[in-house]
Design a protein. Structure first.
Length: 161
């Protein structure tokens, strides 16, 4: 076993607190710029999502989880579950801003963050969860914004609860 490899039992997942949204924006901006060639317009999009979360936060319907190293507080990832305020047919939640840092990949953290979101959605009375995602394939494409690397495929995934 590699002593430098992060182990899941050294990870804490907690709800957000003041200052966390800045880190979520920062880490998304850096990772997507480095890995996918996104510019500051992507950062602005993430900032709008986090601002909307804060402005409309209802602890019975919305949640943001932060994953961090227990001993140091080092940021390892995040995920949000928010009410879809545009849906008129069912109680729908949106899964937003899932991110797992490179050093925390492969230990089940992403799966745990999604599972925690699904459990919260069920307890909150949601009937379905939507996940909007971009297809970043081998050529690292985006969603058509000229700042990204060509036309990509937007996908919406749905989970009925």
């Amino acid at each position: 076993m590699d002593p430098n490899k992060l182990q899941f039992d050294s990870v804490r997942i907690r709800t957000h607190r003041p200052g966390d949204m800045g880190m979520v924006i920062y880490r998304h901006a850096l990772l997507y710029a480095t890995d996918y060639g996104c510019d500051e317009r992507f950062e602005a999009l993430v900032a709008r999502v986090t601002a909307d979360f804060i402005d409309h936060y209802d602890e019975t319907k919305d949640r943001c989880w932060i994953a961090e190293v227990m001993d140091t507080g080092e940021f390892l990832g995040s995920i949000m579950l928010v009410e879809d305020r545009t849906s008129t047919l069912t109680k729908t939640a949106k899964l937003r801003l899932l991110l797992v840092e490179d050093r925390a990949r492969g230990i089940g953290l992403g799966k745990k963050l999604v599972k925690q979101s699904i459990e919260f959605a069920k307890k909150s009375g949601y009937e379905r969860i939507e996940l909007w995602t971009q297809s970043f394939q081998l050529v690292r494409v985006g969603d058509g914004h000229e700042s990204w690397k060509g036309p990509g495929t937007a996908e919406i995934w749905e989970l009925k609860l």
